[in-house]
Design a protein around this ligand. Structure first.
Ligand code: PNS
Length: 162
């Protein structure tokens, strides 16, 4: 049984994330989408909201499950008995950032990181850009799952009102 972890903040999940998860599910026996719930950056969506959107997003992928994690991803991988971390790469900038983390994670516990090139269709998609564009009324349909669109508009309106 070869198990991999796809970690992230998923604030919110995008179609680019789901594309990576789906492709990883074809390469490994089991994939855990690990949602970071202890990260200090302020989030638009609560941990519960992010987990529930991911649960929705992986329906139909029989060997994929969603879990929250706190602390180091390496500790989580060891406890989950995962042999690899899968990360999507959109650009050289992603690579520079991810390489350092991959090397640190390998140093810590020896866990491997597998880089997967982003589908060019989603090469420009990031959760932060989705939030920015949507906050100014831009159309992000097709870039995030349809079930994210309503909660995204709602959360952004709430944030504006605060
Ligand atoms: O979607 P993001 O924000 O790029 O996800 C980043 C995440 C959650 C995968 C990364 O910050 C992470 O692994 N955090 C857990 C804490 C940790 O292990 N930090 C050391 C990484 S070398």
């Amino acid at each position: 049984m070869r198990r991999a972890v796809c970690p992230g903040s998923f604030d919110p999940v995008t179609n680019g994330h789901l594309d990576i998860v789906q492709r990883a599910s074809g390469l490994f026996d089991e994939v855990i989408v690990a949602v970071g719930v202890n990260v200090s950056k302020s989030r638009l969506f609560s941990a519960e909201g992010r987990l529930s959107m991911l649960e929705h997003g992986v329906v139909g992928l029989g060997n994929v499950r969603v879990e929250g994690f706190t602390g180091l991803i390496t500790t989580y991988c060891r406890e989950a008995d995962a042999v690899a971390i899968v990360k999507g790469l959109r650009s050289g900038t992603d690579f520079d950032y991810e390489l350092q983390m991959a090397q640190m994670n390998a140093h810590l516990t020896g866990v491997e990181t597998v880089f997967m090139p982003a589908n060019p269709q989603y090469g420009f998609v990031s959760s932060s850009l989705i939030k920015e564009v949507a906050s100014y009324g831009g159309d992000v349909s097709g870039l995030v799952p349809d079930f994210v669109l309503g909660p995204l508009t709602e959360k952004l309106a709430q944030r504006k009102a605060e």
